[in-house]
Design a binder for this molecule. Structure first.
Ligand SMILES: *[C@@H]1O[C@H](CO)[C@@H](O)[C@H](O)[C@H]1NC(C)=O
Ligand SMILES: *[C@@H]1O[C@H](CO)[C@@H](O)[C@H](O)[C@H]1NC(C)=O
Ligand SMILES: *[C@@H]1O[C@H](CO)[C@@H](O)[C@H](O)[C@H]1NC(C)=O
Ligand SMILES: *[C@@H]1O[C@H](CO)[C@@H](O)[C@H](O)[C@H]1NC(C)=O
Ligand SMILES: *[C@@H]1O[C@H](CO)[C@@H](O)[C@H](O)[C@H]1NC(C)=O
Length: 466
């Protein structure tokens, strides 16, 4: 009987920010119900030529494996298995061997009628399902590009039938909905047409040793979206994609206990982003030992719908951010913490108890800490933070980016740290270093309106031009 690792977060949280640094995730082992049954999709008729659909063979193998009490469904190496949506079941683990690829179909009829279930691989109400094997699941995202544009590709939208509205109607790659004890490891998720790995109302998910690649110029190809899900551990991931890389969202319920550690990320959007769907709370997140390279934003919170954020730690993170085309949200902020009402029907949530410790960043713009009238930023702490400001591109600066919604893009003078509607910011050993530039407003350490910013405390703070 296989052993499924389940990581539980044993954060000893307290409202006091000084104790936030003490939390560390602990691990606990639990037996899963996964049986030892192993089947190969080839034995169920899969041809693996990348042209003919293997959907029925794959589904038959999964269903029989599930009926036998669970086990592994193997995709032998050296072949491409083209498929419409397949449904993963409890205690079944897909084993895509190194050198094998599952290819997602590129026709609308390859996906279910309900657009909320447009995934290449989908599990729903499953316990102990998983994906591994060293191989690849590929969404053939390039087939969804209508027009290539190095600023931002134009994508197809399957919105003609009304199954889905707007311009974001494309299938996701892998989805787990209402599932427990999911484990995804040792797998490459490649070229999603839309979001890549999506958890919806899941509990106890372990994701480790995975790589995600999305087209750098395509929108909405998020890395991992953790929606309305609790107790998620992500470790040893490599994510290189156009849109947000690790992105918790709350639409129908809160997100509790998320840790992401030992990751490498490059994105034309935010490396880490809470929101923007933020109807419910985000609590107890821990991000540690992460490298963020050449990204549009580093650590982000885009709270827009009234949910509150509490008890978040970012530690040991190295960041480089730069400007990209302004059609992408982001203004090269290494740290971007914002809450404002999306529109006139929305509330602003609050963001409290956020610790940044051992962070070093090189960026073209400053950190942006922006609460709003109804939603304060409370109790933020920067400890051992080195911020280096260096201009590397020719994109103009001088804009605050409140998108989506809120005030949109607003011309504003830049600063090393920009603040508004903040109550409680502790600075302990923060060094700003400015590499000379002719940009307007360069070398301005702090930009804020005192009437909205309270309880600032500075210990060992240096700003220096070299
Ligand atoms: C979050 O983790 C803590 C510590 O392990 C645990 O006590 C709590 O029940 C978890 N929360 C949820 C919603 O599972
Ligand atoms: C999942 O469970 C819910 C609640 O029990 C049920 O309404 C839904 O039909 C189930 N979905 C599937 C695909 O089994
Ligand atoms: C359908 O998608 C196209 C292309 O993105 C977009 O221009 C159009 O507004 C969308 N139509 C509807 C009804 O959502
Ligand atoms: C997550 O935990 C919260 C708080 O206990 C709970 O309200 C919510 O239903 C949980 N979500 C899931 C998917 O288990
Ligand atoms: C921050 O870095 C210092 C020096 O490397 C280390 O001793 C300390 O444990 C780190 N703090 C955290 C919270 O990781």
């Amino acid at each position: 009987m296989a052993v499924l690792l389940l990581f539980f977060l044993a954060f000893h949280f307290s409202r006091s920010i000084s104790t936030l640094a003490q939390f560390l995730p602990a691990t606990r082992l639990r037996e899963s119900g996964c049986g030892g049954f192993v089947v190969s999709v080839v034995d169920y008729g899969a041809v693996g030529d990348g042209r003919r659909y293997d959907t029925w063979a794959i589904q038959a193998a999964i269903d029989e494996c599930a009926a036998m009490g669970g086990g592994r469904v193997r995709f032998p190496a050296g072949r491409d298995y083209l498929t419409a949506t397949v449904v993963l079941r409890s205690r079944v683990v897909l084993e895509v061997e190194k050198g094998a690829r599952i290819l997602g179909g590129t026709r609308e009829e390859d996906y279910p009628a309900d657009a909320a279930r447009w995934y290449v691989v989908l599990a729903e109400n499953a316990t102990g399902a998983g994906i591994t094997g060293g191989g690849e699941i590929n969404g053939q995202g390039e087939a969804f590009v209508v027009r290539r544009d190095p600023r931002k590709n134009v994508m197809v939208s399957w919105n003609r039938t009304g199954a889905c509205l707007g311009d974001e109607c494309r299938p996701r790659l892998v989805g787990f909905i209402d599932s427990k004890d999911v484990r995804i490891w040792d797998i490459t998720l490649n070229q999603p047409a839309y979001w890549c790995l999506h958890l919806v109302r899941c509990d106890n998910t372990l994701i480790h040793d995975i790589s995600i690649y999305g087209d750098f110029d395509s929108p909405n190809n998020d890395g991992i979206d953790i929606e309305d899900s609790n107790n998620t551990v992500i470790t040893r991931c490599h994510i290189d994609t156009g849109d947000d890389a690790i992105c918790p969202k709350s639409s129908t319920g809160p997100v509790y206990n998320l840790t992401a550690t030992d990751c490498w990320i490059r994105t034309k959007s935010s490396a880490i982003k809470l929101g923007s769907a933020s109807w419910f709370d985000f609590r107890r997140f821990f991000f540690n030992n992460i490298d963020i390279v050449d990204s549009h934003r580093g650590l982000g919170m885009q709270i827009r719908d009234g949910g509150n954020v509490n008890d978040i730690v970012f530690s040991n993170i190295r960041i480089s951010t730069r400007y990209y085309d302004p059609s992408w949200w982001g203004r090269a902020e290494p740290i971007y913490i914002t809450t404002c009402p999306r529109d006139s029907n929305s509330k602003a949530g609050s963001i409290s108890n956020v610790l940044f410790v051992n962070i070093s960043a090189t960026s073209e713009n400053g950190a942006f800490l922006s609460g709003s009238g109804g939603g304060l930023l409370r109790n933020l702490r920067f400890e051992n933070v080195q911020l280096t400001y260096r201009r590397t591109t020719r994109y103009p600066g001088g804009l605050y980016d409140y998108r989506p919604g809120c005030q949109g893009l607003v011309p504003h003078r830049m600063g090393g740290i920009m603040m508004e509607h903040v109550s409680g910011l502790e600075i302990e050993n923060v060094k700003m270093r400015w590499i000379k530039s002719n940009s307007r407003g360069w070398n301005n350490p702090l930009e804020f309106t005192p009437s909205t910013v309270n309880k600032l405390s500075f210990h060992e703070w240096l700003s220096d031009v070299s």
